[in-house]
Design a protein. Structure first.
Length: 280
């Protein structure tokens, strides 16, 4: 394909991906009034009455401080949920654009990575939602007695969305190690040697990234990430063993990749030329 043809294909695939996001966002915009908004407010509504605005008089009221806040909140939720719901479509468009330039086994890996990355992001978001209530209770409880807690709808929903995104993206990081191992950049020996540093940096990462900054949410992110990183290390061990067996079967297991093959400088013997009969 020419450069213009590649750009045309990229434009068409981006248009399809954006169309899918818009359609899913429209569904989410309608869904917000029919259960999605209640689902997002549920962690706040489950808090004790003294940590909610209005206490017993108002179940879980969120403040709106300007006329446009409601519209912006609904649009923000619709945009994020639309991206998540349409992920299979735009991930497929991305894969379909790059797959002609990949080898056959690399295409197989691409399909697996798309599926696993989607599942990991969903698992991280679900886990974050389950621990939102504990994180909110710890944070709001630090205000002490005599303080009226009145969260605005924009701040609360922005907080919830940031936690869900932080957990979802963080659960993708172990997949990066798997990808680097599959392409031969990181070996199991390197990963195993740096296991302690990986776990330590995971805890530091969770402490910095979690918006709540409370120990419950930090541990809720760090512990599953450590398990996933350990799974990535064990996966690298299996891949490296299979790669070593293939190299041993090929007859050059200990030859470095940058070592040139030996050449014989001696000239080879030439075949005798065929005799041509010029008579007749």
């Amino acid at each position: 394909m020419t450069l213009v043809a590649h750009l045309t294909e990229l434009r068409n695939r981006i248009a399809k991906a954006l169309l899918a996001v818009l359609l899913a966002g429209g569904v989410a915009f309608w869904w917000y009034q029919h259960g999605l908004g209640t689902f997002i407010r549920a962690p706040y509504c489950d808090l004790p009455p003294d940590l909610r605005y209005g206490g017993d008089t108002q179940a879980c009221g969120l403040l709106v401080t300007d006329p446009f806040s409601g519209v912006f909140i609904r649009l923000k939720v619709a945009a994020l949920v639309g991206v998540v719901l349409s992920a299979p479509v735009w991930l497929y468009q991305l894969w379909a654009f790059i797959t002609p330039g990949l080898k056959r086994h690399e295409r197989r890996y691409a399909i697996g990575f798309v599926a696993v990355s989607t599942l990991l992001f969903a698992a991280g978001a679900v886990l974050a939602y389950l621990f939102l209530g504990a994180g909110l209770r710890a944070l709001l409880g630090l205000a002490g007695n005599g303080v009226v807690v009145a969260l605005t709808a924009q701040d609360y929903i922005g907080f919830v969305l940031s936690v869900l995104i932080a957990f979802g993206v963080s659960f993708e990081l172990p997949l990066v190690l798997v990808a680097l191992n599959l392409v031969g950049v990181l070996s199991h020996a390197v990963l195993a040697k740096g296991r302690r540093w990986i776990f330590f940096l995971t805890i530091v990462f969770a402490a910095v990234v979690t918006p709540t900054q409370d120990p419950f949410t930090m541990l809720a992110m760090a512990l599953p990430m450590i398990v996933l990183f350990e799974g990535a290390i064990q996966f690298a061990r299996v891949v490296d063993k299979r790669r070593a067996r293939r190299q041993a079967a090929a007859g050059f297991p200990d030859v470095p990749d940058d070592q040139p093959s030996p050449l014989d400088p001696r000239p080879s013997a030439l075949d005798e030329p065929d005799r041509v009969d010029h008579r007749g």
